[in-house]
Design a protein around this ligand. Structure first.
Ligand SMILES: N[C@@H](CCC(=O)N[C@@H](CS)C(=O)NCC(=O)O)C(=O)O
Length: 214
C-alpha cells in the first residue's frame, strides 16, 4: 500500500505510529505541505479536502481522515488491537482521541494559521496566543479525562499503547513545536515519555522521516 504524508503533519504521524505498532510496511510519498503540494489537481483527485494523510490500499482505494485510516488498519490488521473490546471502554478511548483529532488539531492546522496570518492579518504574537489557548485547553481536557478514569499508566488506557496514545504523542509534539508549555500536565507528559521510549513511536517521529527538514 501507498501512504501519502508529510514529516510534520501530526495526522500523518498518527498513522506512522499505527503502521509501526502493527508491523505494516508501506510505500511512502511525501506531499510538501509548506509548498502547497496538497492543492495540486492530482492530490485533489485523491482527497477533495486537500488534506494529508491519504492511504492508497493494495486494491487502489484512496482513504483519508486519519481516524478512519486508523480504524481501517485496525479492522484489516487486528493485532495488536488499537481499541479495547468492551464497548464502554472503546467509547472512552474514542472520546479521548476525538478531543485531540476533532477539537484541538483542527485549530492549529496550516490552513487555519495561514488564514489568521493572511486574511485576518494577525501578527505572530496573536497567532501564538491562539495556538496556546486551544492547545492547552484541549490537552487540559485530556489530562482531566485521564484523571477521571483514575489513570495509572504507563499508557493512556491499559498496559499497551492504543488509539489514544497514537493521537496524544503527535499532539504533544505540536505543543512543543509551537512553544506551548504543558509540563504541568503530569499524566500527559508521563504517557508521552513512556511512548517515546518505544521503538515504534521513536521511528515515527518527524525528525526520523525521509522528507524531514530542520
Ligand atoms: N481530520 C483530518 C485532519 C487532516 C489535516 O488537517 N491534515 C493537515 C496536516 S496534519 C493538512 O494536510 N494540512 C494542509 C493544509 O492545511 O493546507 C485527519 O485527521 O486526517
Amino acid at each position: 500500500m501507498q501512504f501519502l504524508g508529510y514529516f510534520r503533519s501530526s495526522s500523518s504521524y498518527r498513522c506512522r505510529i499505527a503502521f509501526n505498532l502493527k508491523g505494516v510496511g508501506y510505500q511512502f510519498q511525501s506531499v510538501h505541505l509548506k509548498n502547497g503540494a496538497q492543492k495540486s489537481p492530482e492530490f485533489t483527485e485523491l482527497n477533495p479536502q486537500r488534506l494529508l494523510p491519504v492511504l492508497i490500499t493494495d486494491e487502489g482505494e484512496a482513504l483519508y481522515q486519519s481516524l478512519a485510516i486508523l480504524e481501517w488498519l485496525d479492522e484489516t490488521h487486528p493485532t495488536p488491537p488499537l481499541l479495547p473490546s468492551d464497548p464502554v471502554a472503546r467509547a472512552k478511548v474514542r472520546a479521548f482521541s476525538q478531543i485531540i483529532a476533532c477539537e484541538i488539531h483542527p485549530l492549529q492546522n496550516l490552513r487555519v494559521l495561514s488564514y489568521l496570518r493572511g486574511e485576518l492579518g494577525l501578527d505572530e504574537g496573536a497567532v501564538n496566543a491562539w495556538l496556546a489557548r486551544w492547545l492547552r485547553e484541549g490537552l487540559e481536557a485530556c489530562e482531566g479525562h485521564l484523571a477521571k478514569e483514575a489513570h495509572e499508566g504507563p499508557f493512556c488506557f491499559g498496559n499497551a499503547p492504543g488509539l489514544a496514545d497514537i493521537c496524544l504523542v503527535p499532539q504533544v509534539f505540536s505543543a512543543q513545536r509551537f512553544g506551548v508549555d504543558i509540563t504541568d500536565l503530569t499524566r500527559v507528559s508521563a504517557i508521552n515519555a513512556a511512548c517515546q521510549a518505544l521503538p515504534e513511536f521513536a521511528a515515527a517521529h518527524p525528525a526520523k522521516q525521509p522528507d524531514f527538514e530542520a
